[in-house]
Design a protein around this ligand. Structure first.
Ligand code: SAM
Length: 263
């Protein structure tokens, strides 16, 4: 009886989540379905016997809700992310150099946000190369599309991806760049599979994220980022990537840069 009730709760949560991800369900309706699904999933996670069924869910609940809000204004986030006081912005040239992009390469900027890296990546891959700028936020994708057009970046394609899929073709990219995004993956296993599938044999996954060290990291980082470098590394290696090469970026104060290769 209890198991049947839990089962139907799980199915309802999944149905609500699936409905929210349907392309014809957009805006407030999608948001509503997502919220209901999360509430139901929260009820289910409190129930031990079905823990394994929903173990794919990872990041802090609702971490991406503000990015999925149809009222999002990209300009508000430009003022937060493209400013010198943000480490990723201040160190952007060191990050770009460390990615080691070759002329003619195809790079996927997974979780592009406002598109901070889009222009330098476009220049680095050159006319024969390609930049896929992906995000789960339709507003960010539209913003990047406009930005690329106004800057004449013909090799950039902005793509609306999903919380559990890059929506990229298999074997289509040389480098997947995940900067300040891995800890936002709510379904890290599905995303890692999708990224791995999209990479060509021997392709690279670059992860830049916050060092999360209890007693050392800022309280905001401890609350916002679900795990530290070693946990993320284990997840990525388990998903079919090599042990990482860590590139030390001297200007980093609270971030790290890891390069994994598709196995
Ligand atoms: C903190 S921002 C980082 C943006 C950009 N990479 C930068 O460093 O400026 C995180 C971004 O990841 C996006 N995001 C979250 N989960 C995602 C997923 N599963 N796939 C693609 N993008 C995702 C969010 O919408 C948001 O734009």
């Amino acid at each position: 009886m209890i198991n049947a009730a839990i089962g139907s709760l799980v199915m309802s949560a999944f149905s609500m989540g699936a409905l929210a991800n349907k392309s014809h369900v957009t805006g407030r309706a999608a948001q509503l379905f997502r919220i209901i699904a999360r509430q139901m999933t929260g009820m289910v996670t409190a129930t031990k016997p079905v823990m394994t069924l929903i173990s794919a869910k990872s990041a802090a609940d609702a971490i991406n809700d503000r990015f999925l809000d149809p009222g999002l204004d990209a300009k508000d986030w430009l003022r937060r992310w493209e400013v010198e006081c943000r480490e990723i912005y201040a160190c952007r040239q060191d990050i770009i150099d460390a990615v080691q992009i070759s002329d003619g390469a195809t790079i996927a900027d997974v979780g592009s946000g406002t598109g901070l890296f889009v222009e330098p990546f476009s220049k680095a891959v050159g006319k024969k190369g390609k930049v896929y700028a992906l995000d789960i936020s339709a507003q960010f994708v539209a913003h990047i599309g406009k930005r690329a057009k106004s800057e004449g970046l013909a090799n950039v394609e902005a793509i609306l991806s999903k919380e559990d899929s890059t929506e990229l073709d298999k074997n289509s990219v040389d480098v997947a760049f995940v900067c300040d995004v891995y800890h936002h993956f709510e379904y890290h296993e599905a995303m890692l599979k999708s990224i791995r599938d999209a990479l060509r044999p021997g392709g690279y996954l670059v992860v830049v994220d916050f060092e999360r060290i209890p007693g050392k990291s800022r309280p905001w980082v401890l609350g916002h980022v679900r795990a530290g470098k070693s946990q993320f590394t284990s997840e990525i290696v388990e998903a079919g990537f090599s042990a990482p090469e860590e590139v030390v970026i001297p200007s980093f104060r609270e971030s790290y840069f890891l390069r994994f290769q598709k196995r």
